[in-house]
Design a protein around this ligand. Sequence first.
Ligand code: GLA
Length: 406
Amino acid sequence: MKTKHPVAASLFFLSLFVMMFVPGLIAQENTSPSAHIALTPPMGWNSWNKFACNVSEDMIRSMADAVVKSGMKDAGYQYVNIDDCWQVSRDANANIVVDPQRFPHGMKAVGDYIHSLGLKFGVYSDAGSKTCAGRPGGLGHEYQDAIQYAAWGVDYLKYDWCSTTTQDARASYANIRAALDASGRAIVLSICEWGTAKPWLWGKEVGGNLWRSTGDITDKWTGATKWPDGSCCSTGMLSIVDQQVGLASYAGPGHWNDPDMLEVGNGGMTDTEYRSHFSLWAILAAPLIAGNDLRDMRPEIHDILTDKEVIAVDQDSLGREGERVRKNGDAEVWAKQLKDGSRAVVLLNRGSAEQEISASWEDLGYPDHLSASVRDLWQHKDLGKFTAKFSAPVVSHGVVMITVKP
Ligand code: GLA
């Protein structure tokens, strides 16, 4: 009788081991508590654009109420995020100290209130030694702070990049993600590094759910505004949009380019311009973080922020970021592929006079002869079937936003 060759036997067991365990090791399951969050761009409200450092418990509670009463919650807005200036110091044990005058009941009470309304709670800190408003930052306290945030019920952390001197951006954000995960709570990580170290190249890998792709937005149509100290600059809405060109491939479910928070309703642009701002953010699959006072919105502003058809473009589950597919001087066409194969399209007129703008099927990636149904999203109206292209007059600084469905 033949005896089994010992080498052959060990090779057999080795290959069995390789087949059983190595694929598991290679395709390691992401066990982070934050692995499956922000699968569509986060929607919510943040205090900075309107209130800057003027934050308080009363204001945040009344804003959370307004998210519900205004219909914003029903439209999909979830997060109520406190930006800079809620923190004043660290105590003898290096725990972060909340401003006792402005937040007399502490942060857990604020978080509990926000949660009681069915909303989610966000806070802000900074990867460096100080926040941009000079409050204590997170550097060296990442794990301690993360445990504290989790105990408060924080669902979203915006992490800024001031006072970081020679820190490596990628390593700093990987560190705070590891700290947040170690807390055991699923927390959205909003990387606010202003695009300096091209976070779109590494933001997803370090577990960032969104990353700012530019410096700060300012509430105007275009151009730039100097900072109070004379340094340069926060930038207008269109300048921010121009900086998104070429970034679309980096976005997807769970990880988004962030062209900064909305200025809709803050008073520096016309309603037409705000409609363009909101349409462009939707076509870019940008986080929709409102930054105005929701307690006294004009109906026009309310109708922009809660337009269900435009929001549906932003929130489409395919998670594609739209792109500029044509630019003829002041006339631009932006298009975004949707889950059902249709396209959302923005015809944007940057110029000072009304003009006719066309989106050709070729620009949308469709054959010329295709007959497709066009719907106007702001008018909530089907416009009929079109072949080869769709054209419409677009007012100065305005958009026409449509879906094109073969
Ligand atoms: C930076 C950020 C802003 C805001 C402020 C707060 O400028 O980019 O979005 O958070 O800091 O100080």
